[in-house]
Ligand binder design. Sequence first.
Ligand SMILES: Nc1ncnc2c1ncn2[C@@H]1O[C@H](COP(=O)(O)OP(=O)(O)OP(=O)(O)O)[C@@H](O)[C@H]1O
Length: 385
Amino acid sequence: MAHRLNQLRTSTSTTHDQFLSSSTTLTSSPRTPGKKIPKGDPIVTGIRLRPFLERESAIDDTPAVQIFENNVICTQNSRPQIFKFTNCFDASSTNKYVYDGMILDIQLSFIDIGYNTTVLAYGQTASGKSHSIFGSPSEEGILSLSIHDLITMNAKNHLKFELSFLEIYNEKVTDLLATPPLSADTSNTKSATKTSTTSSFSKNARTHILNKLVPTSNSNNTSSSRTLEIREHPLLGPYVPDLKYIQVKSKEDFQNVLNLGNQQRSVASTNANQRSSRSHAIFTVKISRTDVPQSTAPVRLSFKPSTTNSSTNINKLATLTSSSKKSAKQQAQEEIDAQAVRLNFVDLAGSEKSQQYNGPQGKNDRFAVGSLPQTIFRLFIILLI
Ligand SMILES: Nc1ncnc2c1ncn2[C@@H]1O[C@H](COP(=O)(O)OP(=O)(O)OP(=O)(O)O)[C@@H](O)[C@H]1O
């Protein structure tokens, strides 16, 4: 893991503060200890220049960098500096172009062989990280393009998609899909609508979404329950207990989850812009098969449906593991989790300009660059599970 952390740091630091651009990194990690990483670099880096904003071009619209093939040439200094990336995208590139050119194929092949994969956007404030990952009202983001493809390719419903969305801010991990505290007048509705945290939910209304997200009996519905810890699991490694996963079956489901998470993210802050600029957001898609005996590891997550009997699931595993000290169902769920593949999308906090935020109100904010390593460390622990 340390090696991979170093790789990530090396990979991302090459772009640090160099350009008015965001960098997208795609990494994969084996989900089974000892499983070999496929040939080739498990980290692919891309750099994307964004167009000048109006306020910027009003001052000076001379580009400070140029793209030549897979190189970015920084022309600001008297001696030009050259940085090489796996992919370079100029300011005319759309999110779709970046997704098709850099992410689609690798993402699918890693999922197919059962590797966790992470798309990580890194760059200075306002370089376009959120725009790339989450998109804008006029342009779909990489996350949405990716999930739409996954759902479309799962026409036979043999894969199950569950989503989680968390934020790390001020060294705290917050579940953006957890239910916020309900007012007293809605508490009756709450107890009447208890449901599984992974149950699929359908359309529209925020109330309906929230009802579906009411925690199960083993978690409290308080604001503090939204702040999570990172723990070590004997089978799965580091994990975030009680992080909510919501199953989605359609693009509309996905959009609802994304809207809910974004809403919680901005509600959580008195100054949404500042907070979102300074927090890391991780959107995870957990993918597992529904149509193969989960006890026969390793299982490929191929987009081709299995020809084997599709009825085996938790209950079958429960029989197989009934002699265990743990409840059979619990162990079965763990085994299924162990065979799931995770696809993470990370919108990192802006990597600089902390001084400007560390004014009188900001000086106690432990997210400032001085403490960035701890925050990043938490982030990578979560990603590498
Ligand atoms: N490729 C692009 N095309 C058009 N507009 C863009 C593009 N990339 C970014 N922008 C615009 O630039 C501004 C800053 O982008 P964005 O919020 O995504 O930056 P960020 O890197 O996430 O910033 P922060 O670290 O502060 O959260 C936004 O107004 C966004 O709409």
